[in-house]
Design a protein around this ligand. Sequence first.
Ligand SMILES: Cc1cc2nc3c(=O)[nH]c(=O)nc-3n(C[C@H](O)[C@H](O)[C@H](O)COP(=O)(O)OP(=O)(O)OC[C@H]3O[C@@H](n4cnc5c(N)ncnc54)[C@H](O)[C@@H]3O)c2cc1C
Ligand SMILES: *[C@@H]1O[C@H](CO)[C@@H](O)[C@H](O)[C@H]1NC(C)=O
Ligand SMILES: *[C@@H]1O[C@H](CO)[C@@H](O)[C@H](O)[C@H]1NC(C)=O
Ligand SMILES: *[C@@H]1O[C@H](CO)[C@@H](O)[C@H](O)[C@H]1NC(C)=O
Ligand SMILES: *[C@@H]1O[C@H](CO)[C@@H](O)[C@H](O)[C@H]1NC(C)=O
Ligand SMILES: *[C@@H]1O[C@H](CO)[C@@H](O)[C@H](O)[C@H]1NC(C)=O
Ligand SMILES: *[C@@H]1O[C@H](CO)[C@@H](O)[C@H](O)[C@H]1NC(C)=O
Ligand SMILES: *[C@@H]1O[C@H](CO)[C@@H](O)[C@H](O)[C@H]1NC(C)=O
Ligand SMILES: *[C@@H]1O[C@H](CO)[C@@H](O)[C@H](O)[C@H]1NC(C)=O
Ligand SMILES: *[C@@H]1O[C@H](CO)[C@@H](O)[C@H](O)[C@H]1NC(C)=O
Ligand SMILES: *[C@@H]1O[C@H](CO)[C@@H](O)[C@H](O)[C@H]1NC(C)=O
Ligand SMILES: *[C@@H]1O[C@H](CO)[C@@H](O)[C@H](O)[C@H]1NC(C)=O
Length: 594
Amino acid sequence: MTSTWFTILLLALGSLARAAQIYEDVSELPTFTFDFVVVGGGTAGNVVANRLTENPNFSVLVVEAGVSNAGVIPSIVPALVSELLPRTPYTWNFTTTPQAGMNNRVLDYPRGFILGGSSSVNGMFYTRGSRDNFDRYANVTEDPGWGWDNMLPYFFKNEKWAAPSDNHSEIGQYDPAVHGHSGINSVSLNGYAWPDSDARIIQTTKDLPDKFPFVLDMNGGVPLGVGWFQSTIGHGERSSSATSYLGPQYISRPNLHVLLHAQVSRVLQATENSLHFNKVEFSQNKKTLYNITASKEIVISAGSVNTPHILLNSGIGDKTTLERFGIKPLIDLPSVGQNFSDQPVTTNNWIANATDTMEFYTQNTTHFNEVFAQWNNTRTGPLVDSIATHIVWLRLDPESPIFQKISDPSAGPHTPHIELALNAGAAGGAPGIGHFFSSATAVVAPLSKGSVTLNSSNPFDAPIIDPAIFTSDFDVFAARTAILKTQEFLSAPAWRGYIVGPAEPLASALLSDAALDEYIRNTSISAQHPVGSAAMTAKSAGWGVVDPDLRVKGATGLRIVDASVIPFAPAAHTQAPTYAVAERGANLIMGDWK
Ligand SMILES: Cc1cc2nc3c(=O)[nH]c(=O)nc-3n(C[C@H](O)[C@H](O)[C@H](O)COP(=O)(O)OP(=O)(O)OC[C@H]3O[C@@H](n4cnc5c(N)ncnc54)[C@H](O)[C@@H]3O)c2cc1C
Ligand SMILES: *[C@@H]1O[C@H](CO)[C@@H](O)[C@H](O)[C@H]1NC(C)=O
Ligand SMILES: *[C@@H]1O[C@H](CO)[C@@H](O)[C@H](O)[C@H]1NC(C)=O
Ligand SMILES: *[C@@H]1O[C@H](CO)[C@@H](O)[C@H](O)[C@H]1NC(C)=O
Ligand SMILES: *[C@@H]1O[C@H](CO)[C@@H](O)[C@H](O)[C@H]1NC(C)=O
Ligand SMILES: *[C@@H]1O[C@H](CO)[C@@H](O)[C@H](O)[C@H]1NC(C)=O
Ligand SMILES: *[C@@H]1O[C@H](CO)[C@@H](O)[C@H](O)[C@H]1NC(C)=O
Ligand SMILES: *[C@@H]1O[C@H](CO)[C@@H](O)[C@H](O)[C@H]1NC(C)=O
Ligand SMILES: *[C@@H]1O[C@H](CO)[C@@H](O)[C@H](O)[C@H]1NC(C)=O
Ligand SMILES: *[C@@H]1O[C@H](CO)[C@@H](O)[C@H](O)[C@H]1NC(C)=O
Ligand SMILES: *[C@@H]1O[C@H](CO)[C@@H](O)[C@H](O)[C@H]1NC(C)=O
Ligand SMILES: *[C@@H]1O[C@H](CO)[C@@H](O)[C@H](O)[C@H]1NC(C)=O
């Protein structure tokens, strides 16, 4: 469909006006001093910029490396998300090192290079993780403020529950009591039904209730079970931090400024011998450098890959590593870029004896044009949704042999180890002509830990990204279990006459555990959920990068607010946790400047 949407994109682009406070060129900036400078206009950065500018006395500049989100059709039409990835004008085009746990494959590692950051290119899954996950963050930071009960108000501040675009009854599909209804970022149930497979999924929770119980709302703190999918979509369009937190009513604030196409290279000290940071160095062409001064604070929100990279470039990181690259060490923080923790996902397809799957429009241009016109005219039809209908969250069986070798890495008993994202249509590209049902299986309590490090002393060179996927035996075992659990799910009576059998290469892989492990290592990809590379820990901890108030340890004037501070992977897709961390982070900053 690439050429189809590209034509549409060209048609749409001409008609879009740019908001007044979003600058394309440094020469448009009204000043070079702001109260706060936010590095990265991504998921978290735009939350911080929005909340700080609620106070008209605070001026904020967001410095964003990427392009404008305005008029980028695949970033607006939910079902066209795959057109944004992996190497397009909207991503950083990163790749990983050869992954030892994946038969030395080099993976694409897309990160949003667009206003809204990864929230403008992600799969829009809205999942918060478990109560245990946040209680563990409270534990490791010794700050109860990061615990589940105290974080719920921040999830609510972020969230504006929206009706599904088909206005179907939501009763029995989610729990309104655990959602925010007057926040900023739209979240909704799917707005297009796939009646055949939807009914069979729900029937499976009745056929096999002990193994696959129904969960009314996976976002209430205990995700375990099978629930209806929720996503950051409102009225048939993607809701990103750019469309929500920088929406028209906010971007018009005279104290909120955004500069695009500006890549930050370093943060700089106020004076040579101080560890107070107040300048942000950036360039629009990777050559000519500019400084912007933050008279109150610098907030780095460049994401789990770029935040540690900027710190290292600035002399904040492991002293020995910095010296090896000729960078003067200012703060010796060996945790910068370490404990980089991602989740692997495997895309598994079954042949479906059906006609109502996504293939009806992905494999027929006439139908695609029809459903696009339907989206364009009424914001209804199959393009209003992302790429899942339900999610199954499971723990491994307690007697699993892996637990004889490795103790349970999950945050607690209410926390899943694995996720099965079900969809009426193939995942990861259809394995042929026809109709498919898929389960994208993920390890959501991974043990493997990788790193982000320097490749050169030039801040504009890409860092070395090693998520070290499947370097832990636990993660391979869990990935295998997730596929076998899907097979068990699909063997329920509800699926008779619908599932014909696994499609290749899954069919061959299912012949033995060894073949399955090989398939997992050869076909899995990153879920793009890295966290932990600038972890928050207790003030007294011997590791970590920021304190519980998100201040960089050993520095003043410098905080980090993004996914990188989350110290352990949540059992979730990471945008909702990132939004909640950003809401609380903004609140902490405002509290200090009352
Ligand atoms: C392809 C993909 C699919 C995903 N799917 C889902 C999903 O379905 N559901 C979910 O919950 N999560 C998903 N995630 C993960 C989720 O989107 C991220 O965890 C979250 O958005 C991270 O937010 P962040 O603020 O930390 O970083 P980002 O949102 O990535 O923001 C970082 C911003 O900083 C900018 N930046 C970086 N370096 C610099 C620099 N040097 N100078 C200036 N600007 C800079 C970037 O361009 C970007 O705009 C997905 C991620 C990706 C990439
Ligand atoms: C803004 O500054 C003015 C003048 O100093 C002060 O009166 C006002 O209370 C401040 N507003 C806020 C929201 O802090
Ligand atoms: C990524 O590659 C695409 C095309 O392949 C290009 O248009 C885009 O500018 C690249 N992004 C970056 C950040 O270099
Ligand atoms: C964190 O958890 C450990 C182990 O359960 C416990 O011993 C410790 O007291 C907890 N710390 C805090 C601050 O809650
Ligand atoms: C859903 O309800 C809204 C608000 O009442 C209305 O504007 C919209 O047209 C309805 N959509 C459909 C598909 O019925
Ligand atoms: C930025 O500030 C530093 C001092 O902190 C100075 O050395 C450097 O020359 C400045 N760069 C520019 C482009 O003004
Ligand atoms: C990585 O995280 C673990 C806790 O899971 C911690 O003990 C260790 O010190 C961290 N390593 C670094 C380099 O920060
Ligand atoms: C696509 O659908 C149209 C309309 O139903 C049909 O006439 C056509 O044969 C289909 N094309 C393909 C390639 O299946
Ligand atoms: C989408 O709708 C706009 C008007 O809202 C129209 O100009 C455009 O041609 C439509 N595009 C398609 C592909 O239908
Ligand atoms: C690291 O630098 C080397 C030498 O310049 C280059 O070949 C390689 O592609 C770089 N790696 C990354 C991840 O950019
Ligand atoms: C496909 O479904 C039809 C009924 O819709 C049924 O008659 C047929 O046996 C099914 N085929 C397979 C292979 O399950
Ligand atoms: C898996 O990848 C390895 C290395 O690329 C290759 O030799 C092997 O044939 C692949 N296995 C399967 C089952 O595709």
